[in-house]
Design a protein around this ligand. Sequence first.
Ligand code: ASP
Length: 324
Amino acid sequence: MEPDDTKLQFDDDGNLRHLLSLRDFDATLLTRLMDEAEAYLTAPGALPARNHSLAGRTVGNLFFEPSTRTRASFDLAGRRLGADVLNLDVNTSSRKKGESILDTIYTLEAMQVDIMVVRDASDGVPAYIARHVKDHVSVLNAGESDVSHPTQGLLDLLTMRQHNPDFGNLAVAIVGDIQHSRVAMSASEALRAMGVGELRLISPPALIPDASRFPGAVIVDNLADGLRDADVVMALRIQRERIGNLDGIPGIDEYFANYGISHESMKLAKPDAIVMHPGPMNRGIEIEGTLADGPRSVIAKQVTNGVAIRMAVLSRIGKMMSAQ
Ligand code: ASP
């Protein structure tokens, strides 16, 4: 993303024009979005929160990389705010037939799609689209290569705040393929802005990221060093094709033994530490199945928070549109 694009993201009242990355978000803006998302949470079994703040608007979900949960989450968030939601089927989309991404976007603009929710495997695509859409159209990054996944970062931040709102005293450990993780990148941007006490990134030597991408984080290749007295432990999905196929990356059993988040390894963390995972999970590889299903796990909460965060973000985009 070019520096000037970030200026387009929000106004002084915290209304959003686009959501491309969390890089320039400060604690005030993040807190406001988390507070608004909290207001959308209802008790288990109760009806989900709904309003009409996006009535008449159309949200287009353009997932050029496969997704189930994020797409479903945006779909529900848009509908619960009263918007029409258009899910573009990537398998039959014109881009597969060679149409340029901008032609797809201009076609959707002509159908009066107001908000484009974009996931793409290449760097820079959401910002590129944001630079080309008309002034009244907003672009939301729903996962960009290995660089950014802002709504995931926001939902992770909210889930951690529900555990302990005192970010300055929180030690957060993220474990797995940090080098290729847009989840780790957006979480670290958000945590840095909130003044997190400690951010530890743990990965096998071959997947250690460039430290300059994660200012302030402690980067280690030893699980025990990273987990000791942590308050929050987040396991990342490891791509199966990387397991055992890259120098320095162990096979499945070895990966689980050395980097798996399990009942055993969690003994190193604080006794009340929570376990997170962005999904989809590889049980028995990066996380022990019974731990993921147990009382320390907040994985289902992350999913619930995801819809609420996306409602908060979409509603802030709606406010910017109404203000124009
Ligand atoms: N669902 C998350 C993402 O799209 C995490 C993952 O797939 O590993 O980035």
